[in-house]
Every structure is written in C-alpha cells, then in structure tokens.
Design a protein around this ligand. Structure first.
Ligand SMILES: Cc1ncc(COP(=O)(O)O)c(C=O)c1O
Length: 408
C-alpha cells in the first residue's frame, strides 16, 4: 500500500507538466476520461517495445509472453471486481460496446412483446439507447423511471414498477451527471424476486468505489478502462458464467471457434467465444497496470480524498447566488462529481471562459438528454474529481467562475 499524497500522485501523471493556455492544467473532467499515470504509459510502451505479438495464436516465445500477459490481466481484473472466474471477464472496446452486447445478444434472444425493460431517466445514452432500440425490435415495453427531487431513486417507486413482466433492469451504478450512487445491491435483490436480471453500467463507479459483482449480485456489469487511469479503446463486460453459456457469440471470426467446416462452425468456450479477432492486447495490459495503480492507492484512501474534495467543492459552489447544484444533498451518497447550472449563462460559455484559465470542465447534456429534458434544463457544467485533484484546483475553479460570471 502506498501513502496517499495528492502531490506525489500528481507527479505520476506527465500531463500535469504541460501548460494549457499559459496556465497550469486544472483537470476537472475526470468523468469524461481520467489522465494516465506513467505506470500505465510505460507498461504500454514496454509491451510494444519488448513483447509485441498476437495472442492465442503462436507457439513462439513472444506470442507466449503476450498471451501470458493478456491472460494474467484477465485473471487479476476478475479478482479486482470479485468475479467467480476469469472466464466471466470479456474484453470489449468499452462500456458502450459491453452494453450493446448485452442488449443485442442477450436482449434480442430473450425479450418478446410480453416483456418489459426497466431503466432510469438519468441513464447515459450508452445505457439508454441500446435498450430503447432492443425494445423497438422485440416489442418489449421500455419503461423509464423518474428520480426524486434530489436525483435519487425512490425504492418504493421502483418496487411499484416491478412485476413478472420485467425481464431486465438496466441501471447505472453511479450517475455521470448527478453523481448519485444508486443502491445496486438492493435493486438486484428486488429485481431477482420477480425473476428479472440486472445489467449495471459501472462506467463511473469502477476506480472510485469498490465494486464486487458477487456482493452486488448483478447479472451483467460493464465498465471502461479509460475512466480509471487505463488506456482508451478497452473495457470489460462481466457476466455470470451460466448466462454466458446460454448466449450466442457477439461477432464471428478468428480466435472464437472450436471447429469450422464448409457447412458449419462451433464455438470455443467463454470468454474466447465472445472475443473474435485480434483483441486490444496493449489496452488490456495497460488496464491491468491501472488496476495495480488503484490497488496500491487503496479504495479507502481514494474515496476519502474524493469525498473531502467533494465537500469543499459543494460548499464553495453554494456561495454563488447564480449557481444551482444538481443531484443528492447527502454527499456520502454521491461520487466525486458536481454538475451545476449557472442562471443566465449557457454552460458552454462558462466552460469556454474557464478553459482560458487552463481549467477543464465538461459542459452540455453529458449524453443524458432524457435527464436534462426531465430537469427542464438545456445543459449543465460538470466538475469531476480524481486522486490528483487538490483544494488548490477547486480554488482555481472558483476564481475562474467568478471571472466568468463578471462577463456572462
Ligand atoms: C455512466 C456512463 N455510462 C457509459 C458511458 C460510456 O462509456 P464509454 O464511452 O467509455 O463507452 C459513460 C461515459 O461517459 C458514462 O459516464
């Protein structure tokens, strides 16, 4: 375990040595993607410099090395999320692909016009559109549950929506706009009581709070490497082994077969069955380096740091008359991000002024148009935190906001 010190942690991230618009970088767009530590960058560079070969194909030394590194990553990532076995971990290009996989391959096989899909109004488009579209295709009912005024899910309301018709609940672990940490364990218990499965979008959770798929007792869990210090273009779909055994392949090609003849083909066991073609080997190995990095910092320290900064950020934002914060008031129930609206100013204008001070925040609808429509706002500004952020970053954000409000 490593001592948690944001200043030394910051030194791990080469990007902070550059200037943005002549200023030190204040990176508060972590919910979009995290920065990458040198431990991850060097791992990827070492792979291409020393071990580069395709996996599961050759018997030569480099191919064996690459395969060992790739499968070691699968094993350790499985352990990281509490999977029963590494066979339950499928590498995808990210959360979006993982959810599309579940909606198309599980959904199209299992849903009919007699069934219902439940989701929340706050879902990211990646966890909304795939289910909306599979509903159109299969005739299943697509039901979208509203949140309460604090951006939380009223479990009584959720219970009222449950019936034997519901076959799948598609829900995020953490909202990318409201920061709400949803009670996924309780949701899974209630859903399972009526025989529904639960697919959890963990894009904003993994790397910030501990995730154990067995303890949550979900059926599918998706996440992206790039939001947790790993490289872009790689992610994970975790699913229960018994479900994976019943669903057909996602794509066809090399590496996923048992035998192929002119008339027929049979499939390899999971996870290979679901990983057609050359996988993102360097990405997966880089993701393992990110997991090791997180483990060394420990979730207790990461969460404590993020909650402390979250309190400071919320208190600082509350001092502005023109700012309204979205999402839960109880910060213990909130991940390290705050979205807000500035009365009388468009979110993009606020973010543009902040950028001139080297401050990176996200503005817009954050791929959650149904939520913004429900809140009756066109857009919001989002500041999202990570291990390398400090109170100094928040002070700079507040200074930038004061300057922005003078001219907007
Ligand atoms: C909650 C949530 N789900 C899904 C996604 C999609 O992730 P990716 O673009 O890595 O596939 C995001 C990305 O912002 C997200 O915040």
């Amino acid at each position: 375990m490593r001592k948690f010190d944001p200043d030394t942690i910051r030194n791990d991230f080469p990007i902070f040595s550059r200037k943005v618009n002549g200023k030190e970088l204040v990176y508060l767009d972590n919910a979009a993607t995290s920065q990458k530590p040198k431990q991850v960058i060097n791992t990827i560079s070492d792979f291409y410099s020393l071990h580069n070969a395709n996996v599961h194909r050759g018997v030569h030394t480099l191919s064996e090395e690459a395969t060992d590194m790739f499968e070691k990553a699968r094993k350790n990532i499985a352990k990281f999320i509490g999977a029963v076995s590494s066979g339950e971990v499928i590498f995808t290009s990210g959360t979006t692909e993982s959810i599309n996989f579940v909606a198309r391959i599980w959904g199209e096989k299992n849903l009919t016009s007699k069934d219902e899909i439940l989701t929340l109004v706050s879902e990211h488009h990646s966890n909304f559109i795939p289910w909306q579209q599979v509903a159109k295709k299969t005739g299943a009912k697509f039901t979208v549950i509203e949140l309460d005024k604090n951006g939380e899910l009223d479990l009584d309301l959720f219970r009222k929506h449950l019936s034997k018709k519901v076959k799948i609940v598609a829900i995020s672990h953490v909202s990318n706009v409201l920061g709400t940490i949803f009670p996924v364990k309780g949701i899974c218990k209630l859903a399972h009581e009526v025989g529904a499965l639960v697919s959890v979008d963990g894009a904003q959770a993994v790397g910030h709070i501990p995730v154990n798929v067995q303890s949550i007792d979900c059926d599918f869990y998706s996440f992206s490497s790039h939001k947790m210090f790993g490289p872009m273009g790689v992610g994970v779909l975790w699913a229960r082994q018994e479900i994976l055994n019943t669903i057909p392949p996602f794509e066809y090609g090399g590496g996923m077969i048992d035998a192929v003849s002119i008339l027929n083909s049979t499939w390899a066991e999971t996870p290979d069955k679901f990983e057609a073609g050359t996988p993102n080997v360097s990405g997966v190995i880089g993701l393992l380096a990110a997991v090791d990095y997180i483990n060394k910092l420990s979730f207790e320290s990461i969460r404590e740091h993020e909650v402390n900064l979250l309190k400071y950020l919320s208190e600082s934002l509350k001092k502005f008359d023109r700012i309204r914060i979205l999402g839960p008031i109880d910060l213990e129930n909130r991940a390290g991000l705050v979205s807000f609206i500035v009365h009388g100013a468009h979110a993009h204008d606020v973010a543009s002024v902040l950028s001139t001070y080297g401050i990176a925040v996200r503005s817009g609808h954050h791929c959650t148009m149904p939520l913004h429509t429900s809140l009756k706002i066109p857009a919001s500004v989002r500041a999202s935190l990570n291990v390398y952020n400090t109170k100094n970053d928040i002070d700079k954000l507040i200074f930038g906001l004061k300057e922005a409000l003078k001219i907007l």
